[in-house]
Ligand binder design. Structure first.
Ligand SMILES: C[S@@+](CC[C@H](N)C(=O)[O-])C[C@H]1O[C@@H](n2cnc3c(N)ncnc32)[C@H](O)[C@@H]1O
Length: 351
């Protein structure tokens, strides 16, 4: 039977619900889920949060350079699939497609994969010229992934997967649950996550905690499994497992551009996210045959791959407001207090 808001309340009367199940309901319930609504949550005024794509085209332009290098490494194949799961409005794909030229532009076919209906309709507009030219297409999340050569890339996909917060109290693990009177921490045994956390800490302290994403192996594994040869690239909030444990990670709700700690309120009407455990994502991908897997701050990735000198030269021809916007876009992607250190980029390679 389909879950509804009434069902959730009835279930709460019967007993606590694990936070991960509440997050799954709040984001993906067909009737109430935040990512199943007809109108989008992204942007500035009157919206809940913005992503790197709202700030300008530089992330897409840097990605274009990185993917062209991957295409070269593969021997310049005539078909290079760029699959974007969790593609949202398709803006990263649009900025990527707009930035590439020559033989690489002929080879790259962009594939948008995200069942979010608001995102899909925004992406139809953003990608219109590329859809018309046959350089972009949509696939649904239910469609089996055929093996391909090219790249899987994502921006803020893994932080949107339902995740369960855990906290160590000095004697045992507690998981966060929603009760009829609000969130609480209840003792619970889950051998797999407990073993993972214990192995990533050199001595747990009371209050240490992290998040466990049950679906991570299935989602990341299926994407990595479909990539026959090429680059896997994931941009997301998160950190090393040990740093998350020491910090005591929890779910985050975004409402009106504010993180307020009230993750269990207004379910379905606000965004919920969780830090990505990049150590675990790396382990999952290595288990699916990816090599050279590593992850770094976004600022380092931008400084490594973005053609900064070319950008600087090209910006001289722009009008002043546009030039200032580009500079702001670059600062947002590289400043430690902004996205530069809050985001990480994971890369892996498959031959
Ligand atoms: C935080 S949004 C990011 C959207 C976009 N990448 C951006 O940066 O603006 C997360 C998106 O991931 C999508 N999503 C969640 N799980 C997914 C999955 N297994 N496959 C594809 N998309 C998924 C959601 O529908 C949502 O649109």
């Amino acid at each position: 039977m389909r879950t509804t808001l009434e069902d959730l309340q009835a279930r709460l009367l019967a007993g606590p619900i694990p936070a991960a199940e509440v997050m799954a309901f709040a984001l993906y319930d067909p009737a109430h889920g935040y990512y199943r609504r007809a109108s989008g949550p992204w942007g500035f005024e009157g919206k809940d949060y913005y992503t790197a794509l709202d700030l300008g085209p530089l992330l897409g332009q840097a990605l274009a350079v990185r993917l062209e290098a991957a295409w070269e490494r593969l021997g310049r194949p005539p078909d290079f699939i760029a699959l974007e799961p969790g593609a949202g409005r398709g803006w990263l794909g649009r900025d990527l497609l707009a930035a590439i030229t020559g033989d690489f532009a002929q080879a790259l076919k962009y594939v948008h994969r995200d069942d979010n209906p608001a995102a899909r309709s925004a992406a139809e507009t953003a990608l219109a010229p590329f859809l018309a030219e046959g350089r972009a297409r949509f696939v649904s999340e239910a469609e089996p992934l055929e093996p391909f050569d090219g790249c899987v890339f994502s921006n803020e996909l893994f932080d949107a997967l339902p995740a369960q917060p855990w906290k160590w109290d000095g004697a045992r693990w507690n998981r966060e649950v929603l009760t009829a009177s609000g969130p609480e921490w209840h003792p619970f045994d889950h051998a797999e996550s407990a073993a993972w956390f214990a192995a990533r800490s050199d001595g747990l302290e009371p209050g240490d905690g992290s998040v466990w994403c049950e679906a991570l192996p299935a989602v990341a594994g299926a994407l990595a499994g479909a990539l026959r040869r090429g680059l896997f690239l994931a941009i997301d909030y998160g950190d090393h497992a040990a740093n998350l444990l020491a910090k005591g990670a929890d779910l985050r709700r975004y409402k009106g551009h504010t993180v307020d700690g009230k993750w269990a309120e207004e379910l379905g009407a606000c965004d919920l996210t969780a830090d990505v455990d990049f150590t675990r994502l790396q382990a999952v991908l290595e288990g699916r045959g990816l090599a050279e897997v590593s992850h770094h701050h976004l600022s380092r990735w931008i400084r490594t791959h973005a053609p900064l000198a070319d950008w600087e030269a090209a910006w001289q021809d722009l009008d002043t407001p546009t030039r200032l916007k580009r500079m702001e876009n670059l600062l947002q992607l590289t400043m430690p207090g902004m996205m530069g250190e809050r985001f990480r980029v994971l890369e892996g390679w498959k031959d």
